[in-house]
Design a protein around this ligand. Sequence first.
Ligand code: PLP
Length: 224
Amino acid sequence: MNTLEKYREFRKKIPNDILLLAVSKIKSETEITELYQAGQRDFGENYVQELMEKHQHLPKDIHWHFIGHLQSNKVKFLVPFIHLIHSVDSMKILTEINKQSEKINRVTSVLIQVYSGLETSKFGLKPEQACELIKQFSESKLSHVRIEGLMAMGTNTDDEGIVKEEFLRMKELFEKLKMFETPKIQMKYLSMGMSGDYALAINSGSNLIRIGSLIFGERNYQNK
Ligand SMILES: *Cc1c(COP(=O)(O)O)cnc(C)c1O
């Protein structure tokens, strides 16, 4: 099957109320255009430079999502057009997004990245830290950022039991955080599930899945 056929097949399997994010990192503008013509509007990218180039060349009604690790000095490049930043994990980055957004009179939507596994990880917050950050944000004066939910990254394992347990913990956290809801904090998206575990994620309460290889095929970094 080619990319378009894979996309159509996959689309059929996904309930309509689940947002399907096509993760297009290192994939060509031609491949993205094919999916766009088939009706896909949400695309996810991990690298700021690559995302900016694609945004410049491709249709302006694409909803671009940033899902990679974000450095403060790159924020200013994203805020003019980004639809949703999934990878926010500190007050520092929230403050910078707020500052750059305020300059151009825009409100930027973000998700808080949570590490759902039990071991520690370099990126993403523990559930308690995510609660703390959201509380701190709610008490802050930042008014040009809106938190719209959580992005979860879990343990990389084939053990479905572990993955399921982590997803359910994230769903629980997501529900719990609804008590902090204000106009600038809305628990709208629970971004979890990738090619290997999207079904489990949907069954555990995800409403935004991030799919790369299942649609575009394996990523071959040499042939970029
Ligand atoms: C690359 C990536 C994905 C997509 O992964 P696949 O396994 O190819 O579906 C999803 N989320 C994040 C954060 C990624 O970096």
